[in-house]
Design a protein. Sequence first.
Length: 476
Amino acid sequence: MSEQSHEPIDLEAALGLPQTTISALIVAVRAQQPRALAELGELVAFPSVADPAQFDWQHSRDAAQWLLARLREAGIDDAHTVDTVDGSQTVVGHAPAPAGAPTVLLYGHYDVQPPLDEGLWQTPPFVLTERDDGRLYGRGAADCKGNLVAHLAVLRALREQFAGLPIGVRVIFEGSEEQGGSGLADYLNQHPEDFAADVMIILDSGNAATGEPTLTVSLRGVADLTVSVDTFPVALHSGQFGGAAPDALQALIRMLDSLRDEHGDLTVEGIDATQHWNGVAYPEQRFRADAGLEPGVDVIGSGSVADQLWARPTVTVLGVDAPSVVGSTAAVQGHAAARLNLRVPPGMSASAAQDALAAHLYAVAPWGVQVNVTSGGTGEGFAADTTTPAYGMLGAALSRAFERDVVFAGSGGAIPLTNELSERFPEAEIALFGVEDPAAAIHAPNESVAPSEIEGVSIAEALFLAGLASRPVAAA
């Protein structure tokens, strides 16, 4: 997020491509953009939320079939769906590599977050709508359907320019990433051959600012747990028992308050919260605007914004079981519970941190209340190796596409597949980028994407893959 001057890049040297090929490919990708945006509208129209309690699975099935048809048109003849253990379908595709060419894995997901409160949407969530600011609004427009139409545009442009795909391509379009992705993790364990590639592109990220080309080089790991507090079987009258009867809700509040100090820094024994981020900065004023902080509300933590988001662990209270204000009665509560979400930086064990958080909650519980902590799933963090040949080529391609120097950023979010692929295929080069930007409001009402981000990402990916085709497999 720092301002950097753009210096000309010798793409011919960086990518091993003649200037005529580079120029022609850029023209071809730009020519694909009207179709890509039209396809985004078609894809957003599928309410593909991978939660049958909220949306019929058929919506997801229809989206998967739509993607199959588009992949086959783009030259991925061997494209099909596979049923996974969580009820979702993954779209799998393969086009064999020409002799001597490497293979690339293209990943994205077609499932989306539920729209949440539709009353907060200014336009229908499943109707892609352009507003006066030029952005396109709809659930999944950025996360992650905008990335999928970018993949499709790139495949078509490459096929047009090279009379066929110049590299081997594997495609994995996931159907339940937003719900945890357990189906794909199981499929990876059962069929690793469908993922094997020299280079893996995870389009499920985005730029540090609109138009600022960014490679995501760090993902925090994640762990969930639920803590419950009990003091007596049923709620008691506050006038008759309040003052002597220990309130389970107040006990829980004290326990949750102990997780941070007065500065907002995490204070859990066994979890180091002093790390520093060495990549691009995230200016506080930009963060305040991106997050929509109210005037006078502090940014918490003693480190920089980038430290807090990308390098340090944090705990978020996702939900609390307690009486709602409306309809509450004069009673002392005998039961309360909270669901906590723990994020940890790469290199810190998510499971060990989860254990430390559980131990902390047991230790700080007041008044002899009964505490039970239930651990949920975990996912380890990921740190990219930015010294690989692929990163040099991709950085050059992104810089050319956006006419600005590429920057490295982290992500506080977790993409469990990334770390699983890294462990399964340690020789593969993995890169994360995409069409999201801070204004995208992913997971929130009024999610949107800037068409310029789709075009820039498409150009960068096409240039990178064309250059990759000239790189010997042995170097991957």
